[in-house]
Design a protein around this ligand. Structure first.
Ligand SMILES: Nc1ncnc2c1ncn2[C@@H]1O[C@H](COP(=O)(O)OP(=O)(O)OP(=O)(O)O)[C@@H](O)[C@H]1O
Ligand SMILES: [Mg+2]
Length: 353
């Protein structure tokens, strides 16, 4: 750390239902949450991970900065969705510098888009035990258009994006830092947002399996809207229990049960795929997070389908919350929804330690 302190960087999670902003700072080896806030977005501002309504997103970012009195300019943001490919691949062992040069040729076969249209990043995991001439590499490829779109809204809001990360990787990082587990554990982190379920199975700090399922808490809302003929806002209130369901209670319960069954079946599919690929690494526990983690029946149905214990993960429990600047009701309300924003902010705290 420099004498004048580190630059303070903000985690900016541009989610489809809301923008979430987290400001962390390392103080004497302790990671402190300085600020956290969320600003809702209109339901169609971001669809399938793509920004449809730039003006609303820019306005939302500016509102978050204003509300929280943030003056820092540098942010880490992230994206998810179909335009993101995350794969563990086996490549000939070389140095990261050499790989930087050759990565495009090496990975062309793994990318279902034209290689000219993607931005590529990678992380060398290490040589294979059985054959050190080869190494495991975590490959991340994202369509350039999408990255440029996110960069442009962040810039238009007056900020400097220093890193563009991936939601599931950020969620995995938040988990690694805020809820450390021993080396022998294989945690499955499921971040359920409004549009996506970001799944990340980790081992020893490395993602073994990552997948974005294009389904999330928004399905409960749209089903409630459709079946009970109510507005988006009312559906959200009914779903989260902020509004009494009254005589609609039974139908509401049925919808919650049906959608939780759909989401947990999808998660189970990823789990089964992982188990078939890595028969020797059993998932030891499922950690459910994201705004929709608290959806009725979801946790129990996941446990039943996957057959492994499921626990809610709230990153704030692994941080010191500065009570002077963080509203305790906000922290209690958002907890699980803050995972990606915290993971993004942490990335910088860790890089700059
Ligand atoms: N108490 C609650 N019970 C059930 N669902 C909730 C609760 N609180 C929030 N949600 C739901 O969580 C979702 C928002 O979660 P989150 O903020 O993680 O998503 P997002 O980041 O905006 O979306 P995405 O990353 O999928 O684009 C919404 O569907 C919201 O209705
Ligand atoms: Mg999200």
């Amino acid at each position: 750390m420099g004498i004048f302190g580190t630059k303070e960087i903000i985690g900016l999670d541009i989610g489809s239902s809301s923008i979430k902003l987290a400001h962390l700072k390392m103080v004497g080896g302790e990671c402190r949450l300085r600020r956290f806030g969320a600003v809702p977005l209109p339901p169609d501002a971001i669809v399938d991970g793509a920004i449809m309504d730039h003006a609303s997103v820019i306005e939302g970012i500016k509102a978050a900065l204003r509300d929280l009195k943030v003056h820092e300019k540098e942010v880490v943001t992230s994206l998810s969705g179909h335009s993101v490919i995350i794969k563990k691949v086996v490549l000939p062992t070389t140095t990261p510098e050499e790989l930087e040069e050759s990565i495009h040729w090496e990975v062309e076969q793994y990318i279902p888009f034209d290689i000219k249209d993607v931005k590529i990043d990678f992380q060398v995991i290490g040589p294979l035990k059985e054959d050190p001439s080869k190494m495991d590499v975590l490959l991340v490829a994202v369509k350039s258009d999408l990255v440029n779109d996110y960069i442009s809204v962040v810039k238009d809001a007056g900020l400097t994006p220093v890193v563009v990360d991936i939601d599931s990787i950020a969620a995995g990082n938040a988990f690694e830092y805020c809820h450390p587990v021993s080396e022998d554990q294989v945690p499955m982190v499921i971040n359920v947002g409004a549009s996506f379920m970001n799944i990340n199975i980790l081992h020893g700090g490395v993602p073994l399996f990552t997948r974005d399922v294009p389904m999330g808490g928004g399905i409960y809302t749209s089903e409630i809207q459709k079946q009970l003929a109510v507005s988006y806002e009312t559906a959200e209130e009914l779903k989260t229990g902020r509004k009494e369901a009254g005589e609609r209670a039974e139908r509401l319960t049925e919808i919650m049960r049906t959608v939780s069954n759909i989401l947990s079946t999808e998660a189970q599919r990823s789990y089964n795929f992982f188990s078939a690929t890595y028969p020797d690494r059993l998932v030891t526990k499922v950690y459910l997070t994201g705004g929709a983690a608290k959806s009725q029946f979801l946790k129990d149905m996941l446990a039943e389908k996957i057959g492994v214990e499921v626990e809610l993960f709230d990153p704030f429990q692994g941080l010191v919350i500065e009570e002077r600047t963080v509203d305790s009701t906000v922290a209690a309300q958002y907890g699980t929804a803050a995972t990606v924003a915290v993971g993004l902010a942490l990335r910088n705290v860790e890089d700059r330690r």
